[in-house]
Design a protein around this ligand. Structure first.
Ligand code: SAH
Ligand code: SF4
Ligand code: F3S
Length: 474
């Protein structure tokens, strides 16, 4: 048994990061474990977790298990959790209730709890004491050992808990079962060293570890050979890629090399404004297959709040970067993240955020009410703003965000844009896909366009999406 510890998780060691290529293995006898059995997996949180789930699915299938969409008939139920805000917790607690109920009516169901919540000290303790029926608790650094945990728990019928607070290695060779045949997530780095004062991620994902360029490029080349059209390079702070490697090779170099593989579309998330170099902007502008879409989290428009958040840029530095990107990358779309109600945020400071939103007119923004995370520096900051005021601020902000989202979308009316058609839309009878600039487009169903990048004429603009029709000849 190994429990996480928040103080340990804060430490950043000087130890060299190792690339481990044979850490992941499934012994022969375990490959039959799941034959004739089913698993299902519920994924919460960011793309990082979505991609981890793609790895976990492949691991399960190497053991012979088959995937189910729902838990009712499953032999193994996996919760891949997120810890970013309190409401992420609430959803998971609801799910644990459902699973417990199922376990009471069906014998032998195994529950696996993993992801960022498992890395939280308080949650791990709660699982140990209040939810002893959760069979396996494993952290973000060691989910590749799932076959061994399953084997043990089947033998001992006891709770297996292994969560490491500190982990400095990069594990290569974990298999992946991708959700899409056309677009793929690729981790280029793990962890985060930025320690924004409100954020739990540096504790749940550990220190920044970049993958080696050759491993990333091999993965992209394999995807090109397999017919993939789009890759998204993933990291909490992709602009800092390579800083921990000392190879003199950074994000601009990686973007250039990934673009040169010839893959149709290259995307990347997330870009912390701090490490955005001019060279990166030049590379993005130069290569046509690097998509003109940048997610550039602002968090707050007030320099005082930004400083308290530990974001390391001022309102003006952010504005300058924003305009530089807009100037140098034609037709670029910029989206953002904003937190309202950070401890001590005054009405005037919130107005600074609103003013900046009025000025920059984002294509889209993800907005959140500040959520206190145990163990982070901001959890000790004095917070005298009521929840009611915070909710009201969020609403005022969202009105503006929606207004600009719609206005930006209206600029597409009548235009012909490239869309990678991914599959069926939620809207009955329609297909869906994204533009270069990451706008969601619903298009009329037409045969043989799924999995292709096609010309689409935009016929209607809404706040969250566009409608379009396939241009003749496609
Ligand atoms: N690494 C990314 C963000 C990852 S988390 C970056 O730095 O840009 C995604 C978003 O969740 C953040 O941008 C932030 O807006 C929000 N977030 C993170 N911690 C939060 C908290 N404690 N309360 C509310 N929102 C939070
Ligand atoms: Fe969290 Fe900041 Fe790291 Fe983003 S950069 S993951 S907000 S600590
Ligand atoms: Fe959530 Fe962990 Fe991602 S906390 S947002 S799943 S890195």
């Amino acid at each position: 048994m190994n429990l996480p510890n928040i103080k340990e998780a804060r430490k950043r060691s000087e130890k060299e990061v190792l690339v481990k290529r044979d850490e992941y293995r499934v012994p022969l006898e375990m490959k039959k474990q799941g034959v004739g059995k089913y698993y299902c997996i519920y994924t919460y949180g960011c793309q990082m977790n979505v991609h981890d789930s793609e790895n976990i699915k492949a691991i399960m299938e190497e053991m012979g298990y088959s995937l189910l969409e729902e838990m009712d008939e499953a032999d193994v139920i996996i919760l891949n959790t997120c810890a970013i805000r309190e409401n992420a917790h609430n959803k998971v607690h609801g799910m644990l209730g459902r699973i417990k109920h199922l376990k009471e009516t069906k014998e032998g169901v195994i529950t696996v709890f993993c992801g960022c919540m498992a890395q939280e000290e308080g949650i791990a303790l709660e699982l140990k004491e209040k939810f002893p029926w959760v069979d396996i608790v494993m952290g973000t650094h060691n989910f590749h050992k799932l076959p061994f945990y399953l084997e043990n728990t089947l033998k001992t019928k006891k709770q297996e808990m292994e969560v490491f607070s500190v982990e400095g290695d990069v594990i290569e060779g974990i298999p992946v079962k991708r959700d899409s045949r056309y677009k793929a997530w690729i981790n280029i780095m793990y962890g985060c060293d930025k320690f924004c004062t409100y954020c739990i991620v540096p504790y749940t994902r550990g220190r920044q570890r970049s993958r080696l360029p050759e491993d990333i490029l091999r993965e992209v080349n394999d995807l090109v050979s397999d017919g993939y059209l789009e890759v998204t390079l993933l990291g909490q702070n992709v602009n800092a890629y390579g800083k921990d490697l000392d190879l003199g090779y950074g994000m601009a170099d990686l973007l250039r090399d990934v673009a040169k593989t010839g893959i149709e579309r290259v995307r990347f998330v997330t870009s912390h404004p701090w490490d955005f170099t001019d060279e990166m902007i030049e590379v993005i502008a130069l290569y046509k297959n690097i998509m003109p879409y940048i997610h550039l989290p602002l968090q707050s428009g007030s320099t005082r709040i930004l400083e308290k958040m530990g974001r390391k840029y001022t309102r003006d530095e952010y504005r300058r970067l924003f305009y530089k990107i807009k100037e140098m990358i034609p037709n670029v779309a910029i989206t953002t993240d904003i937190i309202v109600g950070f401890p001590g945020e005054t009405e005037e400071e919130f107005m600074e955020t609103l003013d900046l939103v009025d000025e920059l007119k984002y294509d889209l923004a993800y907005t959140f009410i500040y959520s206190k995370r145990e163990g982070t520096p901001a959890s000790c900051f004095e917070d005298d703003t009521s929840e009611e005021v915070k909710k009201e601020r969020l609403q005022r902000l969202n009105e503006k965000i929606n207004q600009y989202a719609r206005e930006n979308n209206e600029k597409y009316l009548g235009k012909v844009v490239k869309v990678l058609v991914e599959g069926e839309s939620d809207k009955p009878g329609k297909l869906m896909g994204y533009t270069d600039t990451m706008k969601l487009v619903n298009i009329d169903n037409k045969k043989d366009v799924i999995g292709k990048i096609i010309d689409v004429k935009i016929t209607e603009a809404k706040t969250w999406s566009l409608d379009g029709e396939v241009v003749d000849g496609e």
